[in-house]
Design a binder for this molecule. Structure first.
Ligand code: 13P
Length: 256
């Protein structure tokens, strides 16, 4: 049985004190409403990871992710953070290839693959993100666009490691716009991704891999989106910054 996952990508939001307060509140709410079969992850900025990790280690309930890592183990890369450093801190997951990294930091599929491999090498689980632009969707090329990204990165992962990968489908046009993919649009893409994974790695791997949806997901639309058969949870941006809303999304997954 594949895991249900709800992950909060805080992006470049929250000071340390704000992040600790948000984490406390999420943990409290989850203790009141246990969601045992949903894995809940938060991905704060690098600057808050260590104190939040200590809090999570004490309280349990949720898991820690980072938003990016460098592809090299160490070296002269001013400003960068390696997968080793994250693992050493207690981080378990790392978001790789988010469309904002591709758009603003020129991350290519080859780099996304290298970063995912660097994460897997040290025992971190990469959450690898894929999605099409509005132009690709409007011209009916959304499946081809995502397929090409997968072929150049995810489908090149070592078969012995693929079981540790989480996939996130995040249509670029739905991120932060208030316009989510319809449950049918998301389901079509998730089923397509799962088919490609099955062709490359086999049916068992494809059945077990979690594919999350991300893009303007909120407490109102979560239930409709997550009740689709190939949608195993969400990667949540804006709505993960409010504890009540985020936990409502977790509960939407839990109730399915
Ligand atoms: P929003 O939920 O704010 O649309 O962001 C989604 C996202 O980018 C998560 O990684």
């Amino acid at each position: 049985m594949r895991k249900k996952i709800v992950a909060g990508n805080w992006k470049m939001n929250n000071t340390l004190q704000e992040g600790l307060a948000l984490t406390f509140r999420i943990i409290d709410l989850l203790k009141e409403n246990p969601a045992d079969h949903v894995k809940v992850i938060i991905a704060p900025p690098f600057t808050s990871l260590h104190p939040i990790c200590e809090l999570i280690n004490k309280e349990g309930v949720i898991h820690l992710g980072a938003q990016d890592c460098h592809q090299e183990k160490s070296g002269a890369f001013t400003g960068e953070v390696s997968s080793d450093m994250l693992f050493d801190l207690g981080v378990k997951y790392v978001i790789i290839g988010h469309s904002e990294r591709r758009q603003y930091f020129n991350e290519t599929d080859a780099l996304v693959l290298a970063k995912a491999e660097a994460a897997l090498d040290v025992g971190l689980r990469p959450i690898m993100c894929f999605g099409e632009t509005l132009e690709q969707r409007n011209s009916g090329k959304h499946l081809d666009a995502v397929k090409s990204r997968l072929e150049n990165s995810l489908l090149k992962i070592n078969p012995t490691e693929i079981a540790h990968v989480v996939i996130a489908y995040e249509p670029v046009w739905a991120i932060g716009t208030g316009e989510n993919a319809t449950p049918q649009q998301a389901q079509e893409m998730h089923a397509f991704i799962r088919t490609l994974v099955a062709e490359k790695f086999g049916k068992d791997v494809a059945n077990d891999i979690s594919i999350l949806y991300g893009g303007s997901c909120n407490a109102k639309n979560a239930n409709d989106i997550f009740s689709q058969p190939d949608i195993d949870g969400g990667l949540i941006g804006g709505a993960s910054l409010k504890a009540e809303e985020f936990v409502a999304i977790v509960k939407a997954v839990y109730s399915i």
